[in-house]
Design a protein around this ligand. Structure first.
Ligand SMILES: [Zn+2]
Length: 416
């Protein structure tokens, strides 16, 4: 079977029929629909000389044994957010399946090739993203919190996992699956507008942004909206509002794709007849360079302190979550560029704003690269998510070229 990218597009459509409805994709992890999507993939893998297994964290592996046990991994996630798009995650899995078909057809590859479908990349049901890949990478350190997580219906995470044969207490044993992993490749839709704005179908990903996520609380004094003169007010919302506008300048100064988002502001007492006593902001800052990210955070803290003085209010910062920037492998980025140029003529290098399973694998020390395909209008996590059919086909062809180059590299003794 030569590579047939049109088959991948047809299978994406079939998967959408099987696991979506009028609101979009419904392959939320640890649900029956997700299990159905996995069965869809297994049925197709069954035609290939691969060994299929599910690890302790619920990741599904298909292994095509090569002359060498050192392995090139191709990853993706079949799970989606509720009312999600038809490509996020599953394009990677189904394109990987097509590449496996092509390689298997040609006989025993010089290096082992493994397709992995990571469990619960989205974290849609319990709010914990990258479950399977973080267990496999050994970076999962929040078992205590995971044990206590419940979904909207009150179902505990360990029970939802158990219903799909996964024991949370043993999830970290999945670490053994990365032994022998010499390189990791992941195709994904861009989920942003950059490639479309450049009129390019494909891009090589430099790494994933580091993230700093903080709760910033401004505290002033509640006071009657009618009797308190403007000059006398200690308005906590004024601090929040000024910070929200300042983060635009902070991102602009940092450059190189820096982004800052104030995703939420909640106020107390939150009534129309009172000056705001307390404004709590959720701030997310991202950059590919660690020192620039640290400077963005320092800038935001300094600005908030200045606004607090000027507004005669207090400000406090609390770190909610963070992750360092994760650069991908230089050699693999070069292969990815080459592969893209071979199938599409021109390439572009760009960072990834969203986190991906690839970040966890790279963090574990496996040379990694991602390949992005253009997203129309930059939309994702909605049923409006889309990519032109010819670009989907190009992405499968580019992943195939990238896999060939990487397999030869690994077979020659390179990689981890
Ligand atoms: Zn995804």
């Amino acid at each position: 079977m030569p590579l047939d990218p049109r088959r991948t597009v047809a299978e994406l459509r079939a998967l959408r029929e099987l696991t979506g409805d009028e609101h979009g994709a419904q392959r939320v992890c640890w649900t029956d629909t997700w299990a159905r999507a996995r069965a869809f993939v297994r049925e197709r893998l069954a035609a290939l000389p691969v060994e299929i297994e599910v690890d302790e964290a619920g990741n599904q592996w298909a292994t095509l044994a090569g002359a060498s046990e050192r392995a090139v991994l191709i990853g993706g996630h079949i799970d989606s957010v509720p009312d999600g798009g038809w490509l996020d995650g599953c394009l990677n899995v189904l394109a990987g399946l097509e590449v496996l078909r092509r390689i298997a057809e040609e006989g025993t590859p010089p290096a082992t090739v493994r397709l992995v479908d990571w469990a619960d990349e989205e974290g849609a049901r319990f709010g914990r993203s990258l479950f399977g890949s973080s267990a496999c990478a050994g970076s999962m350190r929040d078992q205590e919190q995971l044990r206590a997580l419940r979904d909207r219906d009150g179902v505990a995470l360990p029970d939802a996992l158990a219903a799909h044969g996964v024991d949370l207490e043993r999830a970290l044993e999945a670490r053994s699956r990365l032994a022998g992993a010499a390189a990791y490749l992941e195709l994904h839709i861009e989920q942003g507008p950059v490639l479309e704005s450049l009129d390019l179908p494909l891009g090589a990903v430099l790494g994933t942004f580091g993230v700093e996520r903080h709760r910033v609380t401004f505290r002033g004094q509640a006071a009657h909206a009618g009797s308190t003169p403007m000059a006398e007010r200690r308005d906590a919302l004024a601090g929040a509002a000024r910070l929200e506008l300042e983060i635009r300048a902070i991102a602009k100064r940092a450059g190189d794709g820096a982004v800052c988002t104030m995703g939420s502001v909640t106020t107390r007492p939150g009534i129309v007849t009172s000056v705001v006593e307390e404004a709590t902001c959720l701030l997310d800052q991202r950059h590919l360079d660690a020192s620039t990210l640290a400077a963005m955070l320092a800038d935001a803290k300094a600005a908030s302190a200045r606004f607090a003085v000027e507004e005669r209010i207090d400000v406090g910062w609390e770190r909610i979550w963070g992750i360092e920037p994760i650069p991908f492998d230089e050699t693999l980025i070069g292969f990815c560029d080459e592969a893209i140029r071979e199938v599409a003529g021109a390439s572009h290098r760009l960072p990834s704003g969203p986190l991906h399973d690839a970040a966890e694998v790279a963090r574990a020390g496996v040379p990694t690269v991602m390949l992005f395909v253009q997203s129309l209008r930059g939309l994702s996590h909605t049923k409006l998510e889309d990519t032109a059919e010819e670009h989907l086909e190009l992405s499968v062809a580019a992943l195939d070229r990238l896999a060939s180059k990487t397999i030869a590299w690994v077979a020659g003794g390179a990689g981890r």
